[in-house]
Design a protein around this ligand. Structure first.
Ligand code: PRP
Length: 170
């Protein structure tokens, strides 16, 4: 197995700073509830939350791709649900990578039903060439080609999540 650097720590931090500035501007004067999707988003979430100016609250959700769930689609189920009400809140879903789009399409539908004031999605990485269902994030860090990537929260069999950069694994 070989690993090739795709995005350095410096590039990632710069881009997370850009995203945080844009989000801070768009939500100026409002309190944001950041909802991170476990596990992959935990490092992006931590950096983004610290770079956003203004009040933020934090929660996490974890979903499994298949199984009988509470969501009407039946294609995802919550293995850990959000612990607060979303009603009337400005909610920003924080994701590490969008691949087929299935996770976020159904998660967004589920969370919208809980009547937040607004619901937006930020993803660090996007692989548009892999989409099975149409999905567009509101904020995207980097569009990347269809390679298997690890680091900065992303894993290969649970390893490498703690790398500071993002690497292509071959
Ligand atoms: C990855 C990633 C997204 C999802 C994207 O999670 O973090 O949540 O897959 O895929 P999709 O667009 O095809 O639905 P994964 O299932 O690997 O879990 P993890 O975050 O715990 O590693």
């Amino acid at each position: 197995m070989t690993m090739k650097l795709l995005l350095s720590e410096k590039r990632i931090q710069q881009r997370v700073g850009d995203l945080a500035r844009q989000i801070s501007k768009d939500f100026a004067g409002r309190e944001l509830l950041l909802v991170g999707i476990l596990k992959g988003a935990f490092i992006f979430m931590a950096d983004l939350a610290r770079k956003i100016k203004g009040p933020v609250k934090i929660d996490f959700v974890r979903v499994a791709s298949y199984g009988s769930g509470t969501c009407s689609s039946g294609k995802i189920r919550f293995t850990k649900d959000i612990e607060v009400s979303l009603k009337g809140k400005d909610v920003l879903i924080v994701e590490d990578i969008i691949d087929t789009g299935v996770t976020l399409k159904f998660l967004r539908r589920c969370l919208r039903a809980r009547r937040p004031r607004s619901l937006a999605v930020v993803t660090l990485l996007d692989k548009p060439s892999r989409r099975k269902v149409p999905f567009q994030a509101d904020y995207t860090g980097f569009q990347i080609p269809d390679h298997f990537v690890v680091g900065y929260g992303l894993d290969c069999a649970e390893e490498y999540r703690n790398l500071r950069g993002i690497y292509i694994v071959k």
